[in-house]
Structures are given as C-alpha cells and as structure tokens.
Design a protein around this ligand. Structure first.
Ligand code: ADP
Ligand code: MG
Length: 634
C-alpha cells in the first residue's frame, strides 16, 4: 500500500484561510461543535449514497447498512469519525476541502473586521462545516473513496490548517470517508469516551443513521471478577437514530428540535420557532419548518441557498428544494417528507408536477401560520422582523392569494411612536383610528428622518391622525401591491388630493374653499412664474409649519420609487409635481406682496425647498443657493 503516490500540496483558497483564522479565534468557547459538523457531514454522505443506490444497488458494494462510527485514542490524542456513505473522488476532495463554493463568501468575510472577528455569532451565520475540525485539531487526515469506485481510487487528504493541504492516492478497500483528528494538546478532553458519547447524544440523536462507538466488554467469572484477556469490543449505537420528523411531537424535546435545526440549516444558533406537521388524507406529507434567528449571509444573493430538504418516504432526495416555498419565505428552513412524489424525482420534474404546487401552497400556509403564532411573542417577533421583515415585504407582490395574511404580519414605523423601529402592525393602526377616519395613511421616504419630518405630515400631526412612516427601499413597491387592510384603503399622504373624509367638519371645508378663492390670483401668478416646472399650483391645508410642498397625482409612481428605478439605470418618463402653498405661512404672504423678479425668485425658491424636503435632487443646486442668498441679503 502506498500513500505517497501522486502526492501534491495545494494552497487553500483565500476565503478558506480567512475562515480558518476567524473560526479558531472566535469559536474557542464552542469547540465541541466540530463533532456535530463532522457527524452532520457523515449523515449527509449516507443520505446521498442511499439516494444514488436507488438506481444502482451496486454502489453499496455489498454493505447497505449505513452507519457512522466514532473512535478515539487517548494515548495518541486522536478522534476518528468514519462513515460508509458516498465518499469523495480526488477532484471532489480538492474542491470540497480546499475551497468554499458558496457565492458571496468573499464579500461576507471581507465585511468582518477587527472586533467583529471575535464574534462567534457572526461566523456562525456562515456555517462553519468541515473546517471546524481545526478548532480542536492541529492535524487532520481524511481518507475517502467514492462508492462504486475501484479500491485504487482512494484519496488521502492531510492538513495542519495552516494555509495548505496535501492530497495523495490511496488504496482503500471500503468506500466512504474516515476523518482522523489529531487533537491539540489543550483539546485532549475530547479523546474521552464519556465526553464523546454525551456530545453524540446532544447533537445527533435526531440523525437517522446510527452513530456507533466501540464498547469494551470483559467477561466475568462466577465470583464476578473480570477475566483477564477476555475483552471483546462490540459496536454500540449511541444516538436515537430515528429521523426526528417521523417521531411524534409529544416525544420530541425543544433541545432536540433545536439540534436538528442546526443540522438541516447549517446554522450555528438556535431557531426562533418551528412548526411540525404530519398531514394525512388527500395530500400526505410531513413538514418541519423553522424560522431562523438570524439572516444567513447569502439572504440577498440571487443564488443563495434556500428551500427545504426534500425526502420522499424517508429517503433523502435533495437539499435546497426551492419549489416548495415562495421566494418571500426563503428564510424558512426545514424538511419536507412526502409520499406524493416518486423517488426518482429530479429538480426538472419538480417544476412540472402539479402536486408540487399543492404542497407549496400548503407549506406556505403553515409558514404564515407559524409567523402568526410567533407574533404573539412581541419580543421574538421583533427579532424576526428586524432580520427578515424586508424579505416578507416581497410577499404581497408575489403571493396575491395570501395578501391579507401577509399584511397582518407586516410591521411599520408610525407617528404613533415616532421610532425608527418597525414595530406597529396594521391591526394596531386600525384599532387606533379616529372616529370618522376611513383610511390608513402612510408616507414613503428615503429614510426614517425624512419620513418623520416630511411637511406632508403637518396636518396629520395637528389633528392627531396616525401616519405610517415607510422608509425601507422596498416600501413603495410593497404599497403598490397592498390596496386595503380590513376594508380600509391605504392612502399615500404625498399623492393626490388630501381627503380627510369625515374627520374634517363642514365648517373647516367651507373655510378652505373660501381661502382657495381668495388666493386664486396668487396661484395664477405663481403658475405663470414657474411655467413648465410644475403641473399645477394650489393652496393647501396640509401644511401648518412649512410654506410649501410638492405632491404627485394619485396614480403616479412615487418620488422614492422613481429614484430607485433611476439609480438602477431605468429611464423614467418625466413627471411634473403639483406645488401646494400654505396660505397662512409668512413666506407665502411675503410672496404675495412681492413683484417682478423678486416674485419669480421667491416662487422658485419655495418650489426648490419643497423638492429638497421630499428628498429629491435639484437640477441646478448652485442656482438655488445663489437665488436664496440673494433673497437673504436683499
Ligand atoms: P456543508 O456541509 O455545509 O456543505 P462542509 O464544510 O461541512 O459544508 O462540507 C463541505 C463539503 O465536503 C460537503 O458539502 C461535502 O460535499 C463534502 N464532505 C464533507 N464531509 C464529507 C463526508 N464525510 N463524506 C462525503 N463528503 C463530505
Ligand atoms: Mg457540513
């Protein structure tokens, strides 16, 4: 047997080096997770072999009893994790244990700097995987052979985790993978039978593949004394070894649910909540869905991993089956096991199978219900919302049928609290509506402060009418798909006519009409002075403190959305704002008294200010400054 044949030493990809460095420093107090990661990989490898063997029994090479074995040796300070799963080819070893293939990795690692690097939670967000071996080991050896291959196709991979690794050909009788950790001196506690057994139970009870450890038994004589030399080693299964989702809910502890989550989601921290359902009847499936406690680093990556782990009749079929949940629920992780699909289903077939749509709509309901339940715990829901809220906001556009349900799950900032934290529900808003108020008012702006101090809110603040303050990039898009909630229409306070309905008394309306009449001449002069720059000029009663504001016609795309589209390179048709003047403001009175060039300058300054207050950009800001300065010094 030769282990040096075709030996080559290769460097880790830069990202791997960074990850190794970060991990060793940040996960020191969580070192035991290496075992969870290695068992998780071994279990995945067994799942993959079982799936591949559906078509080709020969892949088992006569050994179809899938299992994971763990051995240790205190003297040599080693721990070995072995599986008879799918194994790896030389190319796979180099790719899987030398690079990180997930998109967005480099970006993510670049963002972690200085103090953050010590933050275990941040690195956990990424999922540490195989490389976590180096938290406890100063040398790792992997011996593997692909199932169904020739015994000469084995590979040995070795590394000290210091920037490079060596791969060599290896003759290997059996398929599957064996990972030998040579423990660091200060990690020798892991070469201990009791410690290992308790870790296996803690992290791997839910894994269906048996995890076995050797047990030494010594025969005893009639008086109960051990008989020297009679030791026999047998393999003992240490974990529960039943797929978690198959067991009944009542038997499963929260800790078991959490441990299972870490395995399926490749996450490091606890989930916020979960929902486990067995459905029989017309559509048979078992689902176990989780809401993670934080965003994976690739949540906004186009090809970030999403979807559930798919099993058909308990046989693992694929990871990341994204066909069973809509995009706006892409943060949901978990398992779907169903009899409705055939074992040889592929990604392509999934797209055509009408049953997939049915299961998708059932899982969508489950997921939305799970969020509804979570919402009862305000604090937990806020954690969820802060992380995933802007993803859920994609919902109303994507999933028309569930619009009301999704709307009930949304959270917003509002003038009720004037806080940037989005924590007010639409139901809260409706419950606080004033007598005679029929609509849900909102404003969209580029940021919280811009929303909070928008001139459009003045009349609402004066009358104590609540307005939702929308300041996420996606908000205007969201509102273009939400028309009403509990029968109450949404109204953008920066668009169209201001209509407060019954909140305004007849007297008020009358007074407004009279003012409008009295200012007709002024309005005409301003329109003439501004010409094409505005669509229309009006007097308004929206304002109490500001002299003017700009408004868009009701069905126009809003200012914020236009800016987003323009920033994305879209050419937008020009739209002229409506300028509204506050008749009782001192500046407007001054305008009324002005003549000639001064009148034109003042009118333009008012328009420009209104555009700035809206978060807009001036075509010629320098001209505005000149004009304003001229007026200030006049
Ligand atoms: P992840 O499990 O999230 O994919 P890991 O770092 O844990 O990431 O593992 C990287 C890859 O290495 C796995 O996706 C798998 O392809 C391969 N791998 C790791 N351990 C084994 C094993 N015991 N048998 C077969 N392949 C393995
Ligand atoms: Mg893994």
């Amino acid at each position: 047997m030769s282990t040096t044949a075709h030996e080559e030493t290769l460097g880790f990809q830069t990202e791997v080096k960074q990850l190794l460095h970060l991990m060793i420093h940040s996960l020191y107090s969580n070192r035991e997770i290496f075992l969870r990661e290695l068992i998780s990989n071994a279990a995945d490898a067994c799942d993959k072999l079982r799936y591949a063997a559906l078509d080709n029994d020969a892949l088992y090479e006569g050994d179809s009893e899938l299992r994971i074995e763990i051995e240790h040796d205190e003297k040599t300070r080693t721990v070995t994790v072995r599986d008879n799963g799918i194994g790896m080819s030389r190319e796979e070893v180099i790719k899987n244990l030398g690079t990180i293939a997930r998109s967005g990795t480099a970006e993510f690692l670049k963002q972690l700097s200085g103090e953050q690097q010590k933050d275990a939670r941040l690195i956990g967000q990424f999922g540490v995987g195989f490389y976590s071996s180096f938290i406890v080991a100063d040398e790792v050896t992997v011996r593997t052979r692909k199932a169904g291959g020739d015994k000469a196709e084995g590979v040995e991979w070795r590394s000290r985790g210091e920037g490079e690794f060596t791969v060599a050909d290896l003759e290997r009788e059996v398929h599957g993978t064996e990972i030998v950790l040579h423990l660091k001196k200060d990690a020798k506690e892991f070469a201990d039978d009791f410690r290992l057994r308790s870790l296996v139970r803690k992290y791997s009870d839910h894994i269906e593949v048996p995890v076995r450890m050797p047990k030494v038994e010594t025969a005893r004589d009639d008086e109960g004394n051990e008989i020297e030399g009679s030791e026999v080693t047998t393999w003992e299964t240490v974990n529960e070894a039943t797929a978690l989702w198959v067991r009944s809910k009542g038997e499963i502890s929260d800790d078991e649910y959490k441990a299972f989550y870490k395995h399926v989601a490749h996450d490091f921290s606890d989930p916020l909540t979960w929902s486990h359902n067995k459905v029989e009847g017309k559509l048979e499936y078992t689902s176990l869905l989780y809401v993670p406690g934080r965003a994976p680093f690739d949540l906004y990556e186009r090809d970030g991993s999403r979807g559930v782990k798919l099993y058909v009749q308990r046989v693992f079929i694929m990871d990341d089956a994204e066909q069973f949940l809509p995009l706006y629920l892409r943060f949901v992780k978990g398992v779907l096991d169903t009899r409705e699909l055939s074992l040889n289903v592929s990604r392509e077939l999934l797209q055509q199978d009408p049953k997939v749509e049915k299961i998708k709509s059932a899982l969508t309901k489950r997921a939305l219900d799970m969020l509804k339940k979570l919402a009862k715990d305000k604090e937990a829901y806020q954690t969820f919302w802060n992380v995933f809220g802007s993803v859920l906001k994609e919902g109303p556009a994507e999933d028309f049928a569930n619009r009301e349900k999704i709307a009930a799950l949304l959270r917003f900032s509002s003038t009720h609290t004037d806080s940037a934290t989005q924590d007010q529900s639409l139901a809260d808003y409706v419950a606080r509506m004033q007598e005679g108020q029929e609509k849900i008012y909102y404003i969209v702006a580029d940021g919280f402060n811009a929303a909070k101090s928008s001139p459009h809110l003045e009349i609402f603040r004066k009358k104590g009418i609540e307005v939702l303050l929308l300041h996420d990039r996606i908000d205007e898009w969201l509102m273009s798909h939400l028309h009403e909630f509990e029968g109450k229409r949404f109204v953008d306070v920066a668009k169209g006519e201001l209509d407060l309905g019954e909140i305004e008394g007849e007297d008020e309306k009358k007074a407004q009409e009279e003012t409008a009449k009295a200012k007709e001449a002024l309005v005409k002069r301003v329109k003439e002075a501004l010409g094409d720059a505005v669509q229309e000029v009006k007097v308004t009663h929206r304002l109490t403190d500001s002299p003017a504001c700009v408004v868009l016609p009701e069905h126009e795309m809003g200012f914020q959305m236009r800016r987003i589209m323009e920033a994305a390179g879209q050419k937008m048709p020009e739209v002229k704002p409506i300028l509204e003047l506050n008749p009782s403001h001192a500046l407007v009175e001054r305008l009324e008294a002005a003549e000639g060039e001064r009148f034109g300058d003042l009118a333009l300054v008012l328009l420009n200010q209104a555009i700035i207050a809206e978060g807009g950009h001036l075509d010629d800001p320098a001209a505005y400054v000149r004009r304003l300065n001229a007026l200030l010094t006049a």
